[in-house]
Design a protein around this ligand. Structure first.
Ligand code: GAP
Length: 447
């Protein structure tokens, strides 16, 4: 048997549509560029990814969560630097009219060239602010202008004092948040990799100045361990340190966690040492003191921030790319391909499929009774349509770790067959042991 990894993004786009993970937004109207809808399995996968992140962040005593509004006071974005500085250099190709980021240009004879047609006849660059603007209230004037937040981080910074005092938190402590962000990207694309509307999972960890470099190192390790726990292949993960020319205006140091997507090594998460930049800026612009008083040594300071920021959609894409494999076997001169999404059970949308061999009572009654017994404890799918071989293949393709087949012998021996996605091994398990068996297999899974 030969095992092949995902060869290109299009294969995943097709599978995602066919199996209900991700659909093009507004498809019946011809679609809306770079916007995607998560279908029944995709939304469950995304929910599981968010839950894993939330648990990793908030199941500890030093981090609490919040859920801030998308619309914020416009001054927030002046203070954060987004109004003046959150822009990309935009250029147009005079030959083919392609519009692209200047830093995405190809090079031809030492000159920047259009990545679409190769022409060097391109316009001077102009700065294009990536924030979406809208208006609050009935008047559309400058006084009513607000922005759709381009990052969730600022909702955390402006609530630093509220959270610290209401939760009586002592430094070091962190605030975690999951929510939508919006960026009017010039060149979105590559499926859900870069979109204009996306979800972020960000955590800001507030520390005493001078301890920031140690915390930065510690968070790098913690975040690596998180990706391992999701079952991601470590050989497809790496750290990329930011050089001085890559550092954001707020960052003292930064590392990306990169994943090797079919489009190459790309940023999955940013880990930044933001120093006291954000809280100092908000203190200056709001006039509200954001200093912390440290009772242990009676010192007063503006905390430094270590930030970990990952896109939920981008992480779902990494999980999908990582899980995809094709198993090709040759038998009697014929080639057969089994497509598998080898998800870690913690993110698999369906954990167990119940597959009765017949739709007729009493097999159906027995199968429904098993479904009722286990579906409260693990996400189950009940499927009685089509041949058992096709049903197994569908479950493999949606990444279900375990299938339970209820056959005619089950009526006599009160046992069922459990089939394992990865090995295709089958075990006969008595019904009274089934729930424990399934829970045990799901929790002891190793990729
Ligand atoms: N608060 C810091 C911040 O927002 P960022 O590197 O701009 O940092 C963090 O974004 C993460 O958000 C990225 O690593 C990426 O996973 C995700 N992200 C950013 N822009 C995105 C987009 N247009 N589409 C999908 N995900 C995006």
């Amino acid at each position: 048997m030969e095992t092949l990894p995902l060869k290109d993004m299009q294969t995943l786009v097709s599978l995602s549509k066919r199996r209900g993970f991700v659909f093009q937004s507004s498809e019946i109207y011809g679609g809306l560029s770079s916007c995607w809808d998560y279908g029944p399995l995709g939304s469950q996968l995304k929910f599981n990814v968010k839950q894993a992140w939330w648990k990793a962040m908030t199941n500890r005593q030093d981090i609490v969560g919040i859920d801030a509004a998308i619309l914020m006071h416009p001054q927030v974005w002046v203070a954060s630097g987004h109004v003046d500085g959150f822009s990309d250099p935009l250029v147009d190709c005079k030959n083919c009219k392609n519009r692209f980021r200047e830093d995405h240009a190809d090079t031809k004879d030492g000159k920047p060239a259009c990545p679409q047609c190769g022409s060097s006849d391109i316009t001077e660059s102009r700065e294009f602010n990536l924030m979406f603007e809208t208006h609050m209230g009935p008047l559309k004037d400058d006084g009513s202008k607000v922005y759709l937040r381009p990052e969730t981080a600022q909702g955390i910074f402006v609530n630093f004092e509220n959270v610290q005092t209401s939760m009586r938190k002592k430094i070091p402590f962190g605030i975690a948040q999951i929510g939508k962000s919006f960026r009017n990207e010039i060149t979105p694309g590559n499926f859900i990799f870069r979109t204009r509307e996306f979800e972020q999972m960000e955590m800001q960890y507030f520390v005493k100045p001078g301890t920031d470099e140690d915390w930065f190192e510690s968070w790098k390790e913690t975040r690596w361990a998180f990706y391992k726990s999701l079952g991601l292949n470590e050989s497809k993960l790496r750290f990329h340190p930011h050089g001085p020319d890559e550092l954001a205006h707020y960052a003292k140091a930064a590392f990306d966690v990169q994943y090797q997507f079919p489009i190459g090594w790309q940023e999955l998460e940013g880990i930044h040492n933001r120093s006291d930049f954000d809280l100092s800026q908000h203190q200056k612009f709001s006039g509200k003191k954001l200093e912390y008083f440290d009772e242990t040594d009676k010192s007063k300071f503006i905390p430094y921030v270590i930030e970990t920021a990952v896109g939920c959609d981008r992480l779902c894409l990494a999980v999908l790319c990582d899980a995809y494999r094709e198993e090709v076997t040759e038998k009697d001169g014929k080639s057969d391909t089994r497509v598998v999404l080898g998800f870690h059970p913690s993110v698999a949308p369906i954990k167990v499929a119940l597959l009765p061999l017949s739709k007729k009572a009493p097999l159906q009654e027995m199968s429904q009774a098993i479904y009722a017994d286990i579906s409260d404890d693990m996400a189950c799918e009940y499927d009685e349509a089509g041949s058992i071989g096709k049903r197994y293949r569908r479950q493999d393709e949606i990444g279900t770790p375990l299938c339970v087949t209820i056959d005619f012998d089950s009526l006599d021996d009160d046992s069922v067959t459990v089939r394992h996605r990865d090995t295709m091994q089958q075990d006969r398990v008595s019904r009274d042991q089934l729930k424990t068996y399934l829970k045990d297999k799901l929790s002891s899974f190793s990729a």
